[in-house]
Write a protein that binds this ligand. Structure first.
Ligand code: F6R
Length: 248
């Protein structure tokens, strides 16, 4: 893992957006699509805001972009304001010229008996798109990436998982109480993520400092799934001062 530490998350986010924009442009020059793996949550919001600005003010063209989101709560209706589907449209998709058919977000309304095939298809769709060129990640305080909670296998694929209590309690305030937070989610697996050609993980603030230290300096273990990234050849942790404050 390579680390980059910034004074503030706003500057860091602009640089990450710039890297994504340059990739989109260079892929287009080669006549290729650019496949992005995307995250939700608070961490990537400023990256999306900068991509929207680049589209509106500098003409960044998303016509050759294909996206796959990491995860979605289950069960979850796509029109629910808490859905990651809603989040992505509000923060990014409705402001840019991406083709609707190029957007992939796990569908939280898939019935239980269809989930297994649905997840296999999601995995297959990523492969058919040519694999993920650039994967954006956040990190949960359990060490989850996507919703790969502690215990997730190194070779896991897209699947349904049970959210940890800490993850659900971190989401509780936006859901007006932990009892409203779904217990499960669909998530890309560790194996799905590790095949990405480039991974950038974002973490901001002191409350991520402990898990960032464990992820970067700790032993690789399923107890902290983010440690698996230590084996990935092209991963950068982009941190602000707070998130980096416990690194040695
Ligand atoms: C979201 C996701 C999660 C979040 C993580 C951090 O799609 O996959 O792993 O990235 O829970 O969330 P924030 O950024 O809200 O601290």
């Amino acid at each position: 893992i390579h680390n980059e530490i910034f004074l503030n998350s706003a500057d860091a986010s602009k640089l990450v957006a710039k890297e994504i924009a340059e990739l989109i442009i260079s892929k287009r020059q080669q006549g290729e699509n650019c496949v992005l793996g995307l995250a939700t949550g608070s961490s990537p919001i400023n990256v999306y805001a900068e991509l929207v600005r680049l589209h509106k003010e500098e003409g960044l063209d998303f016509d050759n972009v294909i996206t796959f989101n990491l995860d979605e709560y289950w069960p979850m209706d796509r029109n629910n304001v808490h859905s990651y589907h809603y989040f992505m449209h509000e923060h990014l998709f409705k402001h840019i010229n991406i083709r609707p058919e190029n957007i992939h977000i796990p569908d939280g309304s898939i019935p239980q008996d269809k989930l297994m095939n649905y997840c296999l298809d999601y995995e297959e769709n990523i492969k058919n798109a040519g694999g993920i060129d650039f994967q954006l990640l956040g990190i949960g305080r359990t060490g989850h990436i996507g919703f790969n909670e502690p215990g997730s296998h190194y070779n896991s694929g897209t699947r349904i998982i049970t959210l940890d209590y800490l993850t659900r309690s971190d989401a509780a305030s936006s859901f007006h109480g932990i009892s409203n937070v779904p217990r499960k989610a669909i998530t890309m697996g560790i194996n799905t993520l590790k095949r990405a050609h480039r991974i950038v993980l974002l973490a901001w603030g002191q409350n991520k400092a402990d898990i960032i230290k464990k992820s970067i300096e700790g032993e690789i273990s399923s107890a902290i799934p983010a440690t698996y990234l230590q084996n990935h050849q092209n991963t950068t942790f982009v941190l602000d001062k707070g998130a980096a404050s416990e690194l040695t």
